[in-house]
Design a protein around this ligand. Structure first.
Ligand code: ATP
Ligand code: MG
Length: 438
């Protein structure tokens, strides 16, 4: 259904007309069966990449090595990948080689989980050799084939298992969970960049609190190539109420992270903005801003995102611990000067839900007041001041230097707090008076 599927169907039909087999495959089939909108629609075909390129002359050879060609149709992009197997996972991370195959079932067999290993033909018939539909119905997360072997081939699948289980509210099948625990010591083989991308999808998806609880239950973050900070993880574990790790596969207790024990979920903002959720996770675990920054660097986050998240964390930490009403306004104003108005808006969004405010002890009155306080600030950055740095230097009769930034910042604070009018004469006078005293 929908224009994207229509366009995808045209691609399938064009491939069929040329005598090849073609299917929708993977996540889009899973999401369609769940009645969820798929993020992207992937297509698998028996045609080799050369044939696909001939059939769609404007297609882009985006991943020829893996048999992938990107086809554009009605403004939508489709990754069309030749049926393939992967061979020789000698290093526990990436296949050494791909082998094109003729049968869609062989292609499905290389996929990680039963719910991700289904294909749908243009007639709507589903190819489901591993019981993905039954598992979806029973809400079970299950590896395709022998779990320990599959996790051993590519240890990233361990993290993906947690991600999909949390996103769709699935219970991890016992043997699959045993495989997770048996193979978790191979996690250091996985590039932190790939782990970062999975964790980030986890945080952006449904139930990030449970996702993190599952990671903790299996003690995965301490096993990454670059482990996440221990003190932060320990504090998160206390919140989850799960301080023992699942040492024995047979006692695999994925229920420790179930919906009945909300734990971390209470701290997660309802907004799907992953940056807000990361900020909440750092604050919940009482990570220092330095530890939070270090964590995100380890996970290869872009610098811009790191700064955004850290600003939210720092703004929150700068507010009085017990939110003493007498200091609210002043702390908020200074927080906005230090961290910027974007952080102010983000902080407000993070604490939108009553549940989250309760978890962090943020009073509702404070939350509803801050947007007004921000809007009422006469100045929020040095550039808002009616006096420039060079004008200040001229008035003081001093050579420009680092002292200017300090002086302007002091003036900004007085203006923002309403102690000083924002006009050039008042600012000049205030500065000169202060220096006469000093
Ligand atoms: P999302 O909606 O999060 O993108 P997805 O199922 O599309 O979910 P992708 O990571 O985009 O997940 O991968 C597409 C498909 O490729 C999966 O559904 C799965 O069949 C297969 N796949 C991806 N990564 C792996 C892996 N590491 N091992 C085995 N199969 C994988
Ligand atoms: Mg995808």
């Amino acid at each position: 259904e929908g224009p994207q599927w229509e366009a995808g169907l045209e691609v399938l039909q064009a491939l069929s007309r040329s005598g090849s087999e073609a299917y929708f495959v993977g996540g889009c089939v899973r999401d369609a069966l769940l009645g969820i909108e798929a993020s992207d629609i992937d297509i698998a075909t028996s045609a080799d990449p050369g044939e696909v390129l001939r059939l769609f002359p404007d297609a882009l050879p985006t991943g020829l090595k893996h048999g992938t060609v990107t086809v554009r149709r009605s403004g939508f992009f489709f990754e069309v990948t030749t049926f393939r197997q992967e061979a020789g996972y000698s290093d526990g991370r990436r296949p050494d080689d791909v082998i094109f195959v003729r049968d869609v079932r062989e292609d499905l067999a290389r996929r990680d989980f039963t719910i991700n290993a289904m294909a749908a033909g243009s007639d709507g018939a589903i190819v489901d050799p591993f019981g993905g539909m039954a598992d979806l119905r029973a809400r079970i997360m299950r590896a395709v084939g022998e779990p320990a072997q599959r996790f051993g081939e590519d240890a990233l699948r361990i993290v993906r298992c947690v991600r999909f289980a949390a996103r769709y509210g699935l219970t991890v099948d016992e043997r699959t969970w045993a495989g997770v625990l048996a193979c978790r010591d191979k996690l250091p083989l996985v590039a932190m960049e790939r782990i970062g991308a999975e964790l980030d999808k986890m945080m952006a998806g449904g139930d990030p609190g449970r996702a993190f609880a599952l990671l903790l239950a299996a003690s995965l973050p301490e096993r990454f190539k670059r482990p996440l900070p221990a003190a932060w993880l320990a504090r998160l574990r206390e919140i989850v109420g799960n301080d023992r790790e699942c040492a024995e596969p047979t006692r695999a207790d994925t229920r420790a992270a179930s919906a009945e024990r909300p734990g971390l979920a209470r701290y997660m903002p309802s907004s799907a903005d992953a940056d807000l959720r990361w900020a909440a996770l750092f604050l919940a675990g009482e990570a220092s801003p330095e530890a939070a920054e270090d964590t995100m660097k380890r996970l290869h986050f872009a610098g811009k995102r790191i700064r955004r998240i850290i600003d939210i964390v720092r703004l929150h930490l700068s507010l009085p611990a017990r939110f003493d009403p007498a200091n609210w306004h002043r702390s908020w104003a200074i927080g906005v000067l230090d961290r910027g108005t974007e952080a102010a808006v983000d902080w407000h969004a993070l604490f939108e839900a009553e549940r989250v405010r309760a978890a962090f002890g943020v009073p509702g009155e404070l939350h509803s007041a801050v947007p007004l306080w921000t809007a009422a600030l006469p100045a929020v950055r040095v550039a808002d001041l009616a006096l420039r740095g060079d004008e200040l230097a001229a008035a003081a009769g001093r050579a420009p230097g680092p002292w200017i930034a300090v002086a302007l910042r002091e003036l900004l604070e007085q203006v923002a707090l309403g102690e000083l009018n924002n006009d050039a004469d008042a600012l000049r006078t205030a500065f000169l008076n202060k220096h006469r005293e000093g």
